[in-house]
Design a protein around this ligand. Sequence first.
Ligand SMILES: Cc1cc2nc3c(=O)[nH]c(=O)nc-3n(C[C@H](O)[C@H](O)[C@H](O)COP(=O)(O)OP(=O)(O)OC[C@H]3O[C@@H](n4cnc5c(N)ncnc54)[C@H](O)[C@@H]3O)c2cc1C
Length: 256
Amino acid sequence: MKTYDFLVVGSGIAGLSFALRAAAHGSVAILTKRGAEASNTAWAQGGIATVMGADDSMDLHVADTLDAGAGLCHEDVVRTIVSEGPECIEELIARGVQFDSHKENGVTEIDLGREGGHTRRRILHHGDTTGKEIATRLLEACRRTPGITFYENHFAIDLITTARLGLATGDRCLGLYVLDEATSLIDPRTARHLEGSMAALLADRTVIAIAHRLHTAHDADRIAVVIEGRIAELGSHADLIAKNGEYARLWRTWRS
Ligand SMILES: Cc1cc2nc3c(=O)[nH]c(=O)nc-3n(C[C@H](O)[C@H](O)[C@H](O)COP(=O)(O)OP(=O)(O)OC[C@H]3O[C@@H](n4cnc5c(N)ncnc54)[C@H](O)[C@@H]3O)c2cc1C
């Protein structure tokens, strides 16, 4: 089983940015459930808000955000995000992201738009494909970085924790259970730990026992029965037994 210093789930702006930072400290695997290009980030059109204008300030941006949030925002979180904005923009530019700009007295200045609840011009954009530009440049940067490995079409199913493995140490996350969507196979050894009763099924046939939700494996088990690379049945243990199909047959075989 391969081990990495960092496992990153997701290839949007958050995952890719984190991966690039983490790569300075160790090996990184990025898991993403579709192709690496697939993310909400790539669809974001309008742009990114940050404080850059001479007439703008962190306090104004915070106030606008809290106002637009209509009581739903935590001010400390808003303040942190807003205050880190300019540095994050600098990082994106350093990674190759191009925002629309113009020349002002021979000096290049980024175009700032105003929209939504913003009372100042603070939206940076790249035409109307800002997210696509960000995703593309960050992906290029990740692909250029030797310590980063992509696992595309790999669906993170659940955390591997010492508690779940029954190890007598403090609870620690050891990694992830991952569904390789290209082949619909996971490592049978890890699946055995995930749901002991499924182990024999997994050992005998291509059966994947997975937990649907991160953190709460035991109340939301989902099982995929994979036959010749195709998911034939998907559901909870109880559902699949009631359905009396391939899974139920395998289960009975194993039980006997
Ligand atoms: C149409 C649209 C327009 C938008 N416009 C704007 C805008 O103008 N300005 C703005 O600031 N924001 C906009 N947004 C919101 C913005 O895109 C998101 O807030 C931002 O991209 C989130 O980035 P992220 O990295 O957190 O997540 P995402 O970009 O969503 O990336 C999540 C990644 O995780 C992967 N993933 C998810 N689950 C699993 C799993 N179980 N296993 C493996 N991989 C998994 C996904 O495949 C994806 O790669 C827009 C969003 C959309 C959809």
